[in-house]
Every structure is written in C-alpha cells, then in structure tokens.
Design a protein around this ligand. Structure first.
Ligand SMILES: [Zn+2]
Length: 154
C-alpha cells in the first residue's frame, strides 16, 4: 500500500501498511501498543516505549497546532508545478507530529506558529495510481470518513 503515497517506494513490506488503507477511508490513525498502551503517531510496528511487537490502530482526531512552517520555492522532482507551496509541521493533539501541505481553507498570509489546524485525509484518484495524503485545514473542516471502524486492522 505504500504505492498510494507517491512515486517512490522505499520499503515494500511493513506491519503498519493498514495506515494507508485507513487514510484512504478518511481516517488518520495512530498505533496503540497492546502491552503498555502507548499511543504512537505515525503508527509504529514496534512500541518505542517497551519494544512490544503487537498493536491496534487507534483513530486520531487530526487536531493539532503548527510548530513551524516554510514556503517551498524550489520544489523536489515531481512537485515543480506546485511552487510556491507551504508546508507545516504539526503537533497532533493525541500523539506525534507530522509534516503536511496547507490546504485551500487556510490563507497563506494567516499561517502562524501555534495556529490550530485540522489534518484532513485526502484521496487523489485522478493520478495514475491511487494516492493518499493529507492537508492542513482550518479547525472544523469536514471530510468524508468511510471504511473500517476505529481499532480495526485493514
Ligand atoms: Zn509498549
């Protein structure tokens, strides 16, 4: 399922491949260790706290705050047609930190550190292969959730 993330596949096998399926269903997931209960985001195949190798997926709210951000003017290969674009690093409310582009609900002039945002799962079916990603949007932005319920493996 890593092929859904883009053009390059660095790792053909992973225990957390269900993450992409959940994202495709509109659900942003973390992993909860079945031994110690630690919540990790992004999902971790092995617990960073106790090294236990079993987990369940846990749905995250996607709420977070901007820790830092930047404007990309010299894009990496494959993204040249999108410059300039803005990326933000977000601390999620439940656990973890992620990097994502700012979506259409946020005015680039309003982007600021500590700004609350909503991480919104996206599905791009117009591309050659199905791609899943997420954008940073204004809190309260709605999106469609489908597929497996909270905690299920996909
Ligand atoms: Zn653990």
């Amino acid at each position: 399922m890593f092929q859904w993330f883009g053009k390059v596949n660095f790792c053909p096998h992973t225990k957390v491949d269900g993450f992409a399926a959940h994202l495709r269903a509109g659900r942003l997931m973390g992993s909860t260790c079945t031994a110690c209960g630690r919540l990790s985001s992004p999902p971790r195949a092995d617990c960073p706290a106790c090294r236990h190798d079993a987990f369940t997926f846990t749905e995250l709210s996607g709420r977070g705050t901007v820790t830092t951000f930047t404007t990309i003017n010299a894009a990496p290969a494959g993204f040249e047609d999108q410059v300039p674009f803005r990326l933000g690093v977000v601390d999620l409310a439940e656990a973890g930190r992620l990097l994502a582009g700012f979506g259409p609900t946020i005015d680039p002039q309003e982007i600021a550190i500590d700004m609350p945002v909503q991480v919104v799962p996206r599905l791009d079916e117009e591309s050659e292969s199905i791609k899943v990603y997420y954008t940073l949007e204004k809190p309260g932005t709605a999106w469609v959730r489908t597929g497996p319920a909270q905690g299920e493996r996909a």
